[in-house]
Design a protein around this ligand. Structure first.
Ligand SMILES: [Fe+2]
Ligand SMILES: [Fe+2]
Length: 292
């Protein structure tokens, strides 16, 4: 594989403990804000199943990969995604205890993903995965490049997201490279899959947040008010999601490759702290502190 200037090493890290099952994590761990908390909760809820889908769609091409470096990259990618799935599953247990109908909601998502695997070509599924991987790699940018987004969050949940963001940046080119070099997916399909993924991701975020807020007991006008204010934070002119658009659009450039995007400046802060302490919560805090 070609070397790129911003390439980070993929490291397999196992059984990290964030204390995510602790009972003292507040229900609204994100600065006491129901909307912000439930946006994150709704997005992270789908990670274990989503990551299984990513692994499956990359593995469909496993036997066609001849480059030993790419073979190893796929193994490391699968390992990292598997670890994310484990931690986010623990997190989903927290949501179940809070009365969130996690299994009912995930059944819908799973039906969609199974339908995709059944009805679309292996290449298209891989293109969808590469598109979603672009989203997850943007997480670091979205959540951690500026302090304000994660301000007031519980350090343990913030650290879980920081670790996930770090590893997504490390393996951000794996699905993309298999898609381009092995599945030989062309520009048209790549862009179509990104449009599809963006539509699904946005719709899912908006619907899941709405449902969870309803289960929290916010009904009628109260829920509409929380939702309206929250949407401004998310999708207003300076919204968290809106700010991602330039990065999102870069995926549509014909010569795009994930390593063309510079890794967030505070990646090193996470890495150094984790390597010296082995503590993922301290590493997450170091990354947060180093944000602008
Ligand atoms: Fe992941
Ligand atoms: Fe990933």
């Amino acid at each position: 594989m070609t070397e790129h200037s911003y390439k980070e090493d993929m490291v397999v890290r196992k059984d990290l403990d964030f204390g995510i099952t602790s009972d003292d994590i507040p229900r609204y761990w994100m600065a006491g804000d129901p909307f912000k908390t439930r946006v994150f909760d709704g997005v992270q809820m789908t990670f274990p199943d989503g990551e299984r889908y990513f692994i499956s769609s990359v593995r469909l091409f496993k036997d066609q990969i001849t480059d030993p470096e790419m073979k190893q990259a796929v193994r490391d990618f699968s390992f990292q995604e598997g670890q994310h799935g484990k931690v986010h599953s623990d997190y989903n247990d927290r949501l179940r205890k809070q009365g969130v109908p996690v299994d009912k909601m995930l059944a819908v998502i799973n039906k969609i993903m199974q339908g995709r695997l059944k009805n679309y070509s292996a290449s298209y599924n891989l293109a969808m995965t590469a598109a979603f991987e672009h989203f997850t790699a943007m997480m670091a940018e979205m959540f951690f490049s500026r302090k304000e987004v994660m301000a007031g969050a519980d350090p343990r949940v913030r650290a879980m997201l920081a670790w996930h963001a770090i590893e997504e940046m490390e393996h951000k080119a794996v699905a993309f490279d298999v898609m381009q070099k092995v599945a030989k997916v062309g520009y048209g399909m790549r862009c179509l899959a990104m449009a599809h993924a963006t539509f699904n991701f946005t719709l899912h975020t908006l619907i899941f947040t709405w449902i969870i807020l309803g289960k929290d007991g916010f009904k009628g006008l109260q829920r509409a008010k929380i939702y309206g204010k929250g949407l401004w934070w998310l999708m207003g002119p300076k919204g968290v999601y809106t700010r991602l658009f330039p990065k999102l659009l870069s995926y549509y450039k014909p010569g795009f490759h994930p390593w063309q995007t510079e890794t967030v400046h505070n990646y090193q802060a996470w890495l150094q702290t984790f390597n010296s302490t082995g503590n993922p919560v301290l590493a997450g805090e170091a990354m947060y502190e180093a944000a602008h």
